[in-house]
Design a protein around this ligand. Structure first.
Ligand code: IPE
Ligand code: IPE
Ligand code: MG
Length: 251
C-alpha cells in the first residue's frame, strides 16, 4: 500500500499521508498532566492517571498506523525534585500501569524497552519493567520505549564512564561507538518529536538522538491528546523537507 488514509480512523476530515512520508520512530514528551488536572480543579495526580490512558490510546493508534517505534518520556532525572508525594504516586502508578496493560500490550504485539537509570527506581517498579521487557521480547508490531528516570546528560555521562571502564580509546572514539553506549543502543533515531502542553523545549530528552528530528509542539495537555491530534502532527511532519545539512536538488 503506497499511502495510508490517516484520518479515516479518527472519523475526522480525510487526509492521505504517503507511507514514505510517515515517521518510522516517533518520540513524545508527554507534558501537561498537572495543568490538565488543575484546569478541572482536580489534584495533579488525576492528570497523571488520565495521562496513562492517553498513552494506551496513542500506542493503539500507532499500531493501527503501522508506525514501528514509539518512545515516550515518562519521568525525567529532574522529576525527582518534585514533592515526594507526587514522586511516590508516579512510581506506584507506573508500576500498576505496567501490570494493568501488560496483557493488552502482548495481544497488540507491543515490545517494551526501558530507557534510563535503573539504580534509583523502586524495586517493584523495576521488576514490573523487567517482566514487561521479558514477556514482550518477541513482539514486533510496535516497539514502545519508555524513558523513565531518563536524562540525556546523565546518559552521556554514563556512556563516557562506561567507555573508559571498557578501555575504549577515547582519543579516536567514533559517533557509532558513542551511540552504542547510550540507552538507545541499536535503536534508530527519532524522526519526529512531539511535545504536548505548550512548552517548546527538550527538557533533557534525547539530545544526541534528536540531532535531525523534526519537532512538533501542541498546546494540548497530554490527557487531551487524541488520535486526531496525532494525525495532525503526522500531516505536518509530511510537509517537512528534511535536508540533513545538504541540498535537495543539484543547482
Ligand atoms: C508530565 O506532566 C508528566 C511528568 C512529567 C511525569 P507534568 O506533571 O509535567 O504536568 P505539568 O507540566 O505540570 O502540567
Ligand atoms: C518533561 O516534562 C519530562 C516528562 C514529560 C517526563 P517536565 O514537566 O518535567 O519539563 P519542564 O520542567 O517543563 O522542562
Ligand atoms: Mg510539565
Amino acid at each position: 500500500m503506497s499511502a495510508i488514509v490517516a484520518d479515516q480512523l479518527a472519523g475526522s476530515a480525510l487526509a492521505v499521508v504517503a507511507s514514505e512520508k510517515m515517521p518510522r520512530h516517533i518520540a513524545i514528551i508527554m507534558d501537561g498532566n498537572g495543568r490538565w488536572a488543575r484546569s478541572r480543579r482536580l489534584p495533579r495526580t488525576f492528570g497523571h492517571r488520565a495521562g496513562v490512558e492517553t498513552l494506551h490510546r496513542i500506542v493503539e493508534e500507532c499500531g493501527r498506523l503501522d508506525i514501528p517505534m514509539l518512545t515516550v518520556y515518562a519521568f525525567s532525572t529532574e522529576n525527582w525534585t518534585r514533592p515526594q508525594t507526587e514522586v511516590s504516586f508516579l512510581m506506584r502508578l507506573l508500576a500498576e500501569s505496567f501490570g494493568r496493560y501488560l496483557d493488552r500490550l502482548i495481544t497488540e504485539g507491543v515490545r517494551i524497552r526501558h530507557l534510563g537509570r535503573c539504580d534509583r527506581l523502586p524495586q517493584d517498579l523495576l521488576e514490573r519493567i523487567r517482566e514487561a521487557e521479558r514477556v514482550t521480547a518477541r513482539n514486533s508490531k510496535l516497539q514502545l520505549n519508555v524513558a523513565l528516570d531518563y536524562g540525556s546528560r546523565s546518559e552521556l555521562t554514563e556512556a563516557i564512564r562506561a567507555m573508559a571502564r571498557d578501555g575504549v580509546d577515547l582519543r579516536s572514539v567514533t559517533e557509532e561507538q558513542v551511540s552504542a553506549y547510550l540507552y538507545t543502543r541499536g535503536l534508530p533515531d527519532p524522526d519526529l518529536i512531539i511535545r504536548t502542553g505548550g512548552e517548546v523545549r527538550l527538557s533533557n530528552f534525547l539530545l544526541w538522538q534528536a540531532a535531525y528530528a523534526e519537532y512538533y509542539a501542541t498546546q494540548k495537555f497530554w490527557p487531551d491528546f487524541g488520535a486526531a491530534d496525532l494525525h495532525q502532527a503526522l500531516q505536518v511532519f509530511a510537509t517537512r523537507q528534511r535536508r540533513y545539512g545538504g541540498v535537495i536538488s543539484a543547482e
